[in-house]
Design a protein around this ligand. Sequence first.
Ligand code: SF4
Ligand code: SF4
Length: 320
Amino acid sequence: MTVKPKVAFYWCASCGGCEETVVDLGARVLDVVAAVDIVFWPCALDFKTADLAALADGAISVAFVNGAVRTSEQAHMAELLRRKAACVIAFGACACHGGIPALANLTSRERILQRSYHASPTVDNPAGTEPRESTTIDGHRLNLPAFADTVHKLSDVIAVDYSMPGCPPTPDNLWQAVNLILTGKLPPRGAVLGSVKSLCSSCPRNDSRPDDPTIPKIRRLIDVVVDPATCLLAQGLVCMGPATRDGCGARCIEGNMPCTGCYGPAADVQDQGARMVSALGTILQNDAGDQGTAALDDPAGTFYRYTMAASLLGAERKDV
Ligand code: SF4
Ligand code: SF4
């Protein structure tokens, strides 16, 4: 009998979208199930941590781990999966670059707790209770994971063999990765399983992309009736295409929406936000002045929406 490769799926700090990508394989998920032995997928099947711990070290062929890492439980599970898996794939934007959860590095742990348990308008907490790592009730001790100061990308915590960006990666991206695994054609370790080009390279609007200082000002989406055929940058909208890795099939552009950069930096880009600022600097008119960027009211959230934990600004939280 042929021994099937063992595969695990796990999520850390994420929204669940990456897990949906697995389900969104549709009928192809039956081919995956036939070809591999899923030994750990607590989001969908009733596996316990003890089941994972009981496996021999290195017994899992490939572990797909999505989500950023903030709590002690997430760090522990990442380390356990690293020990049990011969190959770990950082699956999705949060695992690869910190994703949306890493925007929390712009504030502090204390401010998050203050807002969530005291100041939020919908909170009713007259006793001022906050979660504690350990508490005793009726003689029973209850433990919660520690909540760290900083959100990390997966490769800050464990060695990662491959990365698959995207928020989430498309089912086709996953299908291609599964086939690379099954056919033994994975590229050298450390590679990103994806395109080396920028999104603009495959965008149907690339012909109208400006490369001179022709844009008088950045405009907000709400202020524009968007032309469905013209480059969104040419319309004054912040489209992260020049700084973003190709591979999604230009999903947002097809929906007449600017790219927000979820596939992370393109292969030749070290810092996605810095590259995008540079791209905008190239196309904004020289005399645009402050008005040129006045509509840009959330620069960090615009340029580093998915990559704060991997940015040159630094993964570590700064006091603000
Ligand atoms: S900036 Fe956006 S709309 Fe313009 S070519 Fe690039 S991906 Fe397409
Ligand atoms: S267009 Fe940009 S934001 Fe939209 S799915 Fe593709 S990479 Fe992500």
